[in-house]
Design a binder for this molecule. Structure first.
Ligand SMILES: Cc1ncc(COP(=O)(O)O)c(C=O)c1O
Length: 484
């Protein structure tokens, strides 16, 4: 099956001010930002918060978007491999998503409903439960949360603390769970935490297995075993300093942490040890959920069943929506224990139903696995032609390229990370019409998160642009060294 991306209807085109689109050939170099984008960016800079993030590395004003492409205010087109930080499973403005939203608008469905039920919500829950492994769905409850992923994380922490009567939370090095107080406390990245006093206390971080930069310095299966052995020891040791936890939160593939997939056997070990100790395992599928890693849910790779599953991003079909799914034995909180005004976004639920059904009908999770393999192979062959790529990794369409400095001093057998080069590569990709984001330690991992509808040809074009960008970035550095 080969997914297609239909052209927008003439009606849609009409409501957009006409712009001349420069089609992406992968070869044309452009000045970024263009003149019109720059004017918007200048006004954005004057008025918006200093905390704004993406416009700094992706300095564009977006004028139009369709499928995998976005068009900036200057009419230049880009492959969007950021896709709303992994949100846009079907790409921008997919026809089935637009049709679902139009139906809501045209048929007088309510738009705002708090957490009251509606036919759309009922259908969303039906379809969502049907998409889960039956053994989980049969005993599951759902809590609709405020609209962001971080809201789901906050709700899950309250849920497991209430159910267990415990206060300690476990998380992982490199984990990312959001920017609100509680979610940030569970996040590994130190920079956004430094200025914030009084984050949620009693959070402890455990080593996440990583083949490339193993926390124990040995890598491979032995490294994974050390990680699970260490975690088991922490849970058993009466002098570990860590109280019996209320829950453990885990990404099956770390996203913002640098596209690091956890090995299936390690995930199974974690599930076993948490189950044996009645520690609720919260699987954060906010980025991985709905097909991105090659399975509908990333936990399906290892065959485990979590106690709690967090979903957001893809489930709103590009609109804000987040939910917590959990085993009913955890349903101990009181009526109103978790609330929020914006838990009933009907447009998002309708768009979500359309997205899920499209993914299942077209087996986009299998397609993501296939396209992910192709991209991984393309990137590995680019790695052979350069000195600055240390590692290519990922699962499905969640792929990272770790940029290293091969002139730097090795730590063990690994070169140091090279964030300045990663930024150059990102900028050179942008100039060539490819939007990519950076993540990982010190922002040294170039991340690929294309929509699941990406075609084979697009994967190859993206790879070609990336190869050219890497070459250009390396030449720049060589020229600069030469000048010195
Ligand atoms: C795994 C994971 N959890 C939580 C979040 C937070 O979601 P949001 O940015 O919608 O609050 C993200 C966002 O990237 C994420 O990737």
């Amino acid at each position: 099956m080969h997914p297609t991306c239909n052209n927008s209807s003439s009606q849609e085109q009409e409501c957009l001010r006409p712009i001349k689109i420069c089609h992406n050939t992968g070869g044309d170099l452009r000045s970024v930002p263009g003149k019109r984008s720059q004017a918007y960016l200048d006004r954005q800079k004057q008025r918006e918060s200093n905390a704004r993030s993406y416009p700094r590395s992706i300095p564009l004003a977006i004028r139009a978007a369709k499928g995998i492409f976005i068009t900036d205010a200057d009419g230049k087109q880009y492959f969007d491999c950021l896709a709303g930080a992994g949100t846009l499973a079907l790409g921008h403005n997919h026809p089935v998503v637009l049709a679902a939203m139009r139906q809501v608008l045209d048929e007088s469905y309510p738009l705002h409903t708090l957490d009251l039920t509606t036919p759309i919500k009922d259908q969303f829950v039906e379809d969502l439960f049907a998409s889960l492994p039956p053994a989980f769905a049969q005993q599951a409850r759902i809590q609709f949360c405020g609209p962001s992923g971080a809201d789901a994380v906050e709700a899950a922490v309250k849920l497991v603390k209430t159910a267990t009567g415990r206060r300690t939370m476990l998380s992982f090095h490199g984990g990312y769970h959001g920017m609100t107080h509680g979610a940030l406390s569970l996040t590994g990245k130190l920079a956004p935490k430094e200025a914030i006093a009084g984050l949620m206390s009693d959070v402890h971080f455990l080593p996440y297995p990583s083949d490339y930069r193993c926390p124990f310095g040995i890598g491979g299966e032995a490294g994974h075993r050390l990680s699970s052995h260490y975690i088991k020891h922490v849970l058993e040791d009466p002098e570990s300093g860590i109280n019996n936890p209320a829950g453990m939160i885990l990404e099956i593939v770390q996203g913002e942490g640098g596209a690091i997939p956890a090995p299936d056997a390690w995930v199974q070990e974690i599930r076993k040890m948490t189950q044996e100790r009645d520690i609720p395992l919260i699987v954060d599928e906010i980025q991985t959920g709905w097909g991105r890693t090659g399975k509908l849910y990333a936990f399906e790779h290892s065959g485990i069943l979590p106690d709690v599953v967090l979903l957001s991003k893809a489930i709103g079909g590009s609109l804000p929506l987040s939910v917590v799914l959990y085993r009913e034995n955890l349903d101990c909180w009181e009526p109103g224990a978790h609330a929020g005004t914006f838990r009933g976004n009907q447009l998002a639920m309708a768009a979500g139903i359309a997205t899920l059904n499209y993914i299942l009908e077209h087996r986009l999770m299998d397609w993501a696995a296939k396209m992910g393999d192709r991209l991984l192979q393309n990137l590995q062959s680019i790695q052979q032609q350069t000195r600055c790529i240390g590692n290519v990794r990922g699962r499905g369409l969640m792929i990272g390229v770790e940029v290293v400095n091969s002139d730097g001093q090795m730590c063990g057998e690994k070169y140091p990370v090279y964030p300045a080069m990663a930024q150059r590569i990102q900028a050179e990709c942008l100039r060539r019409g490819l939007i990519l984001e950076l993540g990982g330690r010190f922002g040294s991992v170039v991340r690929f998160l294309p929509p699941l509808i990406v075609t084979t040809e697009q994967i190859d074009s993206i790879s070609e642009i990336f190869a050219a960008a890497v070459q250009a970035a390396e030449s720049q550095v060589l020229a600069e060294v030469g000048e010195c």
